[in-house]
Design a protein around this ligand. Structure first.
Ligand code: ADP
Length: 274
């Protein structure tokens, strides 16, 4: 700040300045607390699969003369180590997003492509659970952003929709353009007819490591970071995420994103093709 500016500061601006500084300090403290909580949560979450793997390794040693038991312990070790790698991958992804690293690839993104790739990534899980993945809504919509990050966000929502649904359920991915008086943009929704989320929990599910029912969620194999990642990705794209849910009926997560800048080439062959 130039000295001349300081000299011209009078009582009221100084009071403002003090307030701003105090606010900055609170903000800094909050950031520091969040960082500390995150580190504590990460350590706690990492300890669980690491502890399980080390117990299973001991169990394998003790069961050397029981091939069936060895087999059982070994496959549980695989499950726990897959969980560990998913957790580490999610933690790295979230820290990158939180460090506000600039978007590596900001370009025009085809929403159809995002929905198709995201549902393909979850197809094996969905098939295993007997859940149909359906793509519906408008076609040919475009947003601006990082195609891979947007695909990760949608795939995270589809993953949840699949794991929190009963078998034989249906998960619908859809897109539409919204152009109302007060709301514009492209909406991408993922709907399920699964367990739903209690109203009192909806606010908290986007927090890192927050799970509605820890025991049940752990069985389903998530990391508790999926929605925190979604929220960050949508935030860096200048969008927002909302959720509608009713216990026992299902949930719909909606991403609203700004539409891609208007330099779309008008194609006149659309009317002719069926
Ligand atoms: P997790 O890895 O545990 O799924 P998320 O951050 O993705 O973590 O989700 C946080 C919590 O929100 C979940 O543990 C679950 O309780 C709840 N949740 C998320 N998506 C759904 C859904 N589609 N239906 C019901 N509950 C959900």
């Amino acid at each position: 700040r130039a000295p001349s500016t300081v000299l011209s500061v009078r009582v009221a601006p100084v009071a403002d300045l003090v307030l701003i500084l105090a606010d900055d300090r609170t903000q800094a403290r909050r950031v520091e607390e969040t960082r500390r909580d995150f580190v504590a949560n990460v350590s706690h979450e990492l300890k669980t699969p690491i502890g399980a793997i080390s117990l299973l390794a001991e169990a394998v040693e003790g069961a050397a003369d029981d091939p069936e038991a060895v087999q059982r312990f070994a496959s549980r070790m695989q499950v726990e180590s897959a969980r560990l790698s998913e957790l580490v991958a999610n933690i790295i992804q979230l820290s990158r997003l939180q460090a506000h690293e600039p978007m590596t690839e900001a370009s025009t993104v085809d929403v159809d492509q995002v929905l198709a790739v995201a549902s393909d990534r979850r197809r094996v899980d969905a098939d295993q659970r007997g859940i149909a993945l359906v793509i519906a809504g408008e076609r040919g919509l475009q947003v601006t952003g990082d195609a891979e990050q947007l695909t990760v966000a949608v795939a995270n929502l589809v993953e949840n929709a699949v794991i929190y649904s009963d078998s034989d359920g249906r998960v619908v991915l859809s897109a539409r353009r919204v152009d109302d008086f007060d709301e514009q943009g492209i909406e991408i929704s993922v709907s399920d007819s699964g367990v739903g989320i209690d109203q009192s929990e909806v606010q908290r599910i986007f927090e890192r490591f927050y799970r509605v029912d820890y025991a049940r969620s752990r069985d389903t194999g998530g990391t508790g970071l999926g929605l925190a990642i979604v929220k960050h990705i949508v935030g860096t794209h200048g969008g927002e995420v909302t959720v509608w849910s009713k216990p026992g009926q299902g949930s719909t997560f909606t991403l609203r994103l700004p539409e891609a800048a208007e330099d779309l080439v008008e194609s006149d062959d659309e009317s002719g093709s069926e």
